[in-house]
Design a protein around this ligand. Structure first.
Ligand code: PLP
Length: 462
């Protein structure tokens, strides 16, 4: 059944009129609402009216193993019947130990310990606070600045917002947080005149060093970045030299390097960590969430080396925690999710299906007057929507092309998540990040539905 023929439900996504519904607030009776979810299976979701939607972005880049996985549901039920909550200061759980072993093994050398929380923002808060406590206990109390990139997205809590490079959120919450220094992220589509992708990326890395020196190296605690950005840069992939230069700059100045792999981690890019693509430039800390438990439970993780935890342990432990950290139910569910990732060889599959998806997206782009770029790695891909492909000119900000595309997508039976970071100042892109379980036939269907949605958008613009 097609969503366009049957659906009578009024829908809104993105900006809402004054007095209308506000995403996440449920009391606005009678206001326009998105479709109401009924069930999910594999790469598909169905609303209560029976309309099917291909989940082309795995929700918010979350549902890595697809919906309704019976083994994960069984593990959830089994753990729920045993115990769902035991406070971790009183009890450790087999599930969290097993999960830590598994995640650290998948993350590889340099990652010995895992700290589990409820999501991405909490994981980044934990990373920043652990870095700070490490600096304090190792006699570097002046180190308190965390440099990050512009654009970037590291979460919505106030600490994570302080390191998020987004002028829109800063315009609202900036006065409430300690402004942290920002450096340019190397974007790949609009490279400044006179630069190649490599020279531009190296200039961005060198800006990090200039900033560390300007701020005073002994005051800089860490540099946090998304190795491949999602909401921030739309899957822009920097050349390898960038990662190597950043690593050596951090080493030179004693600055901890944190990779936020909340979107890019857990296999999505065709490696368990995106960091694995640049093996000579490993970070000190990695944060994960989203695909780690793949939407079956809220979960985030911070992975760190022994030396950091050992230093903090000597001072009485990490002065930080949340009620739901190391939750046994969440850990059991994530264990089952990672079991599926391993057994179905989903990391390799992300690589193989990623190539197929990229080829299909390039065909769609070639036929579309408004798709200016296709980029990404593995199944972490994006298209960029422009007014003019030759000049790369953007559509007017007031048009909000990504939100419009989502509207067209819902009419055609494809769910396209996006959130317009920086009010589109760095481009209007649409992530295409389906579950890693997607089949070649489903990729064809995704490309077809996306093309129809893009045609609707192009007609609206013409
Ligand atoms: N970091 C990155 C790179 C993200 O993409 C997100 C969420 O989209 C977050 C952090 C925040 O994660 P959460 O929404 O689970 O708090």
């Amino acid at each position: 059944m097609s969503a366009s023929t049957e659906d009578k439900t009024p829908r809104t996504v993105g900006d809402t009129p004054k007095g209308g519904s506000v995403l996440g607030f449920y009391a606005a009776k009678g206001s326009p609402r998105p479709p109401r979810i009924a069930r999910g299976e594999g790469v598909y979701l169905w609303d209560e009216g029976g309309h099917r939607f291909l989940d082309a972005t795995a929700g918010a880049v979350v549902a890595n193993i697809g919906h309704g996985n019976p083994r994960v549901l069984a593990a959830m039920q089994e753990q729920a019947a045993r115990v769902t909550f035991a406070y971790p200061r009183f009890f450790e759980s087999e599930q969290s130990i097993e999960l830590a072993d598994r995640v650290c093994a998948l993350a590889g050398e340099g990652f010995d310990r895992a700290f589990f929380v409820s999501g991405g923002s909490e994981a980044n808060e934990s990373a920043i606070k652990l870095a700070r406590q490490y600096a304090v206990v190792t006699g570097q109390p002046k180190r308190a600045k965390v440099i990050s990139r512009n654009p970037s997205y590291h979460g919505s809590t106030l600490g994570a917002l302080a390191v998020t490079g987004d002028a829109h959120t800063q315009s609202i919450y900036g006065p409430m947080v300690r402004e942290m220094p920002k450096v340019s992220a190397p974007l790949s589509y609009r490279i400044p005149d006179g630069h190649t992708a490599e020279s531009h990326a190296l200039a961005c890395a060198d800006e990090l060093e200039t900033t560390i020196v300007r701020e005073g190296a002994d005051t800089v605690l860490a540099f946090i970045m998304e190795p491949i950005g999602g909401l921030s840069t739309g899957a822009a992939v920097a050349p390898a030299v960038y990662f190597e230069r950043v690593r050596s700059i951090c080493d030179r100045h004693g600055v901890l390097l944190i990779y936020d792999e909340i979107m890019s981690g857990a296999g999505r890019t065709g490696a368990f960590l995106a960091a694995h693509h640049w093996a000579g430039a490993r970070p000190d800390f990695v944060t994960l969430a989203k695909g780690l438990a793949a939407g079956y439970t809220p979960l985030g993780a911070l992975l760190v080396p022994d030396r950091i935890v050992d230093a903090v342990a000597g001072s009485g432990g990490f002065v930080h925690g949340h009620t739901y950290f190391t939750n046994p139910l969440s850990c059991a569910v994530a264990n089952a999710v990672l079991g599926e990732v391993i057994e179905q060889d989903l990391v390799r599959r992300a690589r193989d299906m990623g190539e197929l998806l990229m080829a299909r997206l390039r065909e769609v782009a070639a036929r579309s007057p408004i798709v200016g770029d296709v980029r990404g790695k593995g199944l972490f891909t994006a298209i960029e929507i422009v007014a003019d492909k030759a000049t790369k000119r953007q559509l007017p900000a007031s048009f909000n092309a990504p939100a419009r595309l989502t509207e067209h997508g819902l009419k055609h039976g494809i769910a396209l998540y996006n959130r317009r970071a920086n009010l589109g100042a760095f481009g209007d892109f649409q992530m295409i990040t389906p579950p890693l379980t997607i089949t070649p036939a489903e990729i064809d269907e995704l490309a077809d539905l996306l093309e129809r949605s893009l045609r609707g958008l192009a007609d609206e613009i013409a």
